[in-house]
Design a protein around this ligand. Structure first.
Ligand SMILES: NC(=O)c1ccc[n+]([C@@H]2O[C@H](COP(=O)([O-])OP(=O)(O)OC[C@H]3O[C@@H](n4cnc5c(N)ncnc54)[C@H](O)[C@@H]3O)[C@@H](O)[C@H]2O)c1
Ligand SMILES: O=P(O)(O)OC[C@H](O)CO
Length: 341
């Protein structure tokens, strides 16, 4: 098999896990670090203790802090930078990733000030090129240990979606293609907001029924948001939507769920974030949904609105539950046109 060069931009937990998968699949992989001190630590210890403890980095995995070195000769780049840092980080690759090298975007969130999706940011910064949304239920901690996982490779460019599928597919890592990148990306961002809500429910000890209802209603809310933004509602019931909601809302690994749980138990958002080195994208995405660009987004978003009030307006979590339960009664699929697209 010919070794294909791929670079992974970002050295957090997911960047590291994806780099390990690509190495296992037989490619020549370079993982790029945004910070020289992080690159030096990884190179010296061959582990990524702050973000993915207990996992050895194989000798075949190349490391770099230089965009030109990392991107040299690659057939594709994987972007795994937290959404709020994506614009500034990718600007460093403007010259290194010239031409039309495809980018597989694995960030899950919306930019706080602009409500932009990661692929919109990539296009704005790096210009037109094939873009793929790589998403689905995939906690880095499990993928890095070789536990089975399935993800979605979604793109308007079928060849690019198939390239990601081919490069990543390996024993225990199954990749499905889709032609709805907008739906995949919005589902990925929205599930983090619902995971915060699920965590709050855990913290309040509301029980399994309440949490199942929250996840189901969150899925429908996300699908309506997607549909009104131009995405296909059905995408929200596959791996990118239902799959990732289930994984995130019920997992001990989920940072978003854990932030919600701590808040449900009485902590403030500032206290929780001060104790956290990793990112919980849902906090930023919730901000984005109700930020300066709120007029640009469609739909009534009842669960997200309560998460926003709890996180940023000091609403008591129990009062948020009451507000949701006492809404005007509606039909289950109201506002959703499931058969239309
Ligand atoms: N962790 C997972 O299981 C997982 C799975 C799928 C998708 N994702 C998504 O992947 C993206 C990256 O998350 P992660 O979990 O790998 O991150 P992480 O929380 O494990 O690590 C944070 C990363 O952000 C980097 N960073 C911090 N400040 C920065 C700055 N100012 N500029 C540039 N980079 C900076 C750090 O160096 C580190 O690489 C997120 O959008 C996340 O939602 C994560
Ligand atoms: O730990 P979280 O909450 O950022 O979730 C990680 C992944 O998105 C799960 O698929």
């Amino acid at each position: 098999m010919t070794q294909e060069r791929v670079c992974v931009i970002g050295d957090g937990s997911w960047g590291t896990a994806l780099a390990l998968k690509l190495v296992e699949a037989g490619h020549r992989v370079t993982m790029w670090s945004a910070f020289p001190e992080s690159f030096e630590r990884l190179a010296k210890t061959r582990r990524n203790e702050p973000y993915l403890p207990g996992v050895e980095l194989p000798a075949e995995l190349h490391l770099s802090a230089d965009p030109f070195e990392a991107a040299d000769g690659v057939v594709a780049a994987v972007s795994v930078v937290p959404t709020q840092y994506l614009r500034a980080t990718m600007a460093r690759f403007e010259d290194a990733l010239g031409g039309t090298v495809p980018i597989f975007s694995a960030s899950k969130g919306l930019e706080m000030e602009t409500l932009r999706r990661p692929t919109q940011i990539l296009r704005e910064v790096l210009g037109p090129r094939p873009l793929v949304v790589l998403t689905g239920p995939s906690h880095a901690e499990e993928v890095a240990r070789g536990l089975p996982a399935s993800v979605l490779s979604a793109s308007e460019d079928a060849e690019a979606a198939e390239l990601a599928q081919r490069l990543f597919s390996h024993a225990r890592f199954r990749v499905y293609t889709s032609d709805d990148p907008l739906g995949a990306e919005l589902a990925a961002a929205y599930k983090n907001v619902i995971a915060l809500a699920a965590g709050i429910a855990d913290g309040l000890e509301l029980g399994d029924n309440a949490k199942a209802a929250l996840v189901s209603r969150g899925m429908i809310e996300a699908a309506r948001f997607g549909q009104d933004s131009g995405a296909r509602p059905r995408t929200f019931f596959g791996l990118a939507g239902a799959g990732d909601l289930i994984a995130t809302c019920f997992s001990q690994h989920s940072r978003n769920r854990r932030v919600g749980e701590a808040i449900g138990r009485g902590a403030t958002l500032t206290q929780v974030l001060d104790d956290m080195q990793m990112v919980a994208e849902g906090v930023w995405t919730t901000r984005a949904l109700f930020g300066p660009e709120r007029e640009a987004r469609p739909s009534d978003l009842p669960i997200a609105e309560q998460v926003h009030a709890v996180l940023f307006e000091e609403r008591d979590p129990s009062a948020a539950v009451t507000a949701l339960m006492e809404r005007v009664p509606v039909g289950e699929m109201e506002g959703l046109e499931l058969d239309a697209r």
